[in-house]
Write a protein that binds this ligand. Structure first.
Ligand code: 13P
Length: 252
């Protein structure tokens, strides 16, 4: 049975003190009322060690939002997968459209990052998704398939067990425009088929595929109600504990 996950991606938000306050609030809320899914929070690098320690005995796992495509050495300002792992974080988000677009992360660079993350014992939340122009040209399937082929389909079946896919249509991120549940289900089913073509039906059935893009408490139940949508990767609505809890509750 594949895991159901609700994951937050704080992006470049929250000072250390604000992040600790949010993580503490979430920890207390979820200690009082156990979630029916795995809960992950993705935080900026500077929060990872403190928040991981804070959440050590909680149901919440911690993720980085990025890691370097080099192992170690003279790469000023970069943070390696080994460093992320040493904080206690379990996951790293890779392939986010904001990193692809603003920091020129190519499929080759992402492949290096994925390899290093897995080699260092991290699980990867790998993001894919088409732009508005690509959706209007009906290229969403080709784009998603190419992004998978370019950065993760070289992995062995054993490595694949540590991959979570997040489908995030770029036109839905931070825009308030959500893909309809039917639109999302259609492409999630396609993504699962692509996984099946490479790793077989059982592995595809075991792969968690998250939806991301203006997901909130009001639309999460319908999205998560679809057979191929296994949870969400949440930006804006992960920045306030009650909003994030509202999405977690969609699994109740
Ligand atoms: P929003 O939930 O703010 O649209 O962001 C989605 C996202 O990019 C998560 O990675």
């Amino acid at each position: 049975m594949r895991k159901k996950i609700v994951a937050g991606n704080w992006k470049m938000n929250k000072t250390l003190q604000e992040g600790v306050a949010l993580a503490t609030e979430l920890k207390n809320i979820l200690a009082a009322e156990k979630p029916n899914c795995e809960v992950i929070i993705g935080t900026p690098f500077i929060h990872l060690a403190t928040v991981s320690e804070l959440l050590k005995d909680s149901v919440i796992a911690v993720s980085a939002e990025n890691c370097a495509n080099k192992e170690s050495g003279a790469y000023t300002g970069e943070v390696s997968a080994a460093m992320v792992k040493s904080t206690g974080a379990e996951y790293v988000i890779l392939g986010h459209s904001e990193r692809r677009e603003y920091y020129n992360e190519t499929p080759e660079i992402l492949k290096e990052k994925v390899n290093l993350a897995l080699a260092n014992g991290l699980k990867v939340i790998f993001c894919i998704g088409e732009s508005l122009e690509q959706r209007e040209a009906n290229q969403q399937e080709a784009v998603c398939k190419a992004e998978l082929a370019g950065s993760v389909f070289h992995l062995t079946p054993e490595q694949w067990k540590n991959i979570v896919i997040a489908y995030e249509p770029i036109w839905a991120i931070g825009t308030g425009k959500t893909a309809t549940a039917d639109q999302a289900e259609e492409i999630h089913a396609f993504i699962r088929k692509c996984v099946a073509d490479v790793y077989g039906a059982q592995a595809a059935d075991d792969t968690t595929i998250l939806y991301g893009g203006s997901c909130k408490a009001s639309n999460a139940p319908e999205l998560f109600g679809k057979p191929d949508i296994d949870g969400g990767l949440i930006g804006g609505a992960s920045l306030k504990a009650p909003d994030f809890k509202g999405i977690i509750d969609a699994w109740k």
